[in-house]
Design a binder for this molecule. Structure first.
Ligand SMILES: [Zn+2]
Ligand SMILES: [Zn+2]
Length: 138
């Protein structure tokens, strides 16, 4: 079981069961909305409970990002109709029990940093390295 929330505390969540390893997304939308890149885990929506009000924004039809309307903390990413919800790992309470597993969309990553951790990385998305397993072959 993991818990987490936004910086001001207005939004809190709780995820029962195991969370997926963390995947970093370097796509342009993640970079612009987060200020760097996003690192997210995910869980089944049915094992996820939320308190507080989340505002949603869609950069692409069919996908939405959730943030706290008070403090602006970005918390969630979701594909419409998916049984899973992605949780931005920085919003989890410690200890998370999680590790970074790899990088996706590195073809869109910022030019001011290099990936030096030796973890798997893919130019776009990959079934084994997706923020939403239901979207890929996995
Ligand atoms: Zn907040
Ligand atoms: Zn992204």
């Amino acid at each position: 079981m993991n818990t987490g929330g936004c910086a001001c505390g207005a939004v809190r969540y709780r995820a029962e069961g195991a969370l997926r390893p963390v995947v970093a997304c370097h796509c342009e939308t993640c970079r612009r909305t987060s200020g760097h890149h996003v690192a997210a885990t995910s869980c089944l929506r049915e094992s996820f409970t939320l308190t507080g009000e989340v505002q949603w924004w869609s950069a692409t039809p069919g996908y939405r990002r959730g943030f706290c309307p008070t403090c602006g903390s970005q918390l969630f990413w979701q594909r419409e109709g998916s049984p899973r919800i992605s949780i931005f790992a920085g919003t989890l309470d410690s200890p998370t029990g999680l590790r970074l597993h790899g990088h996706i969309y590195i073809s869109e990553k910022g030019d001011y940093y290099d990936l030096t951790d030796g973890l798997p990385a893919t130019p776009l998305t990959d079934p084994d390295l997706t923020t939403d397993p239901a979207e890929g072959a996995a």
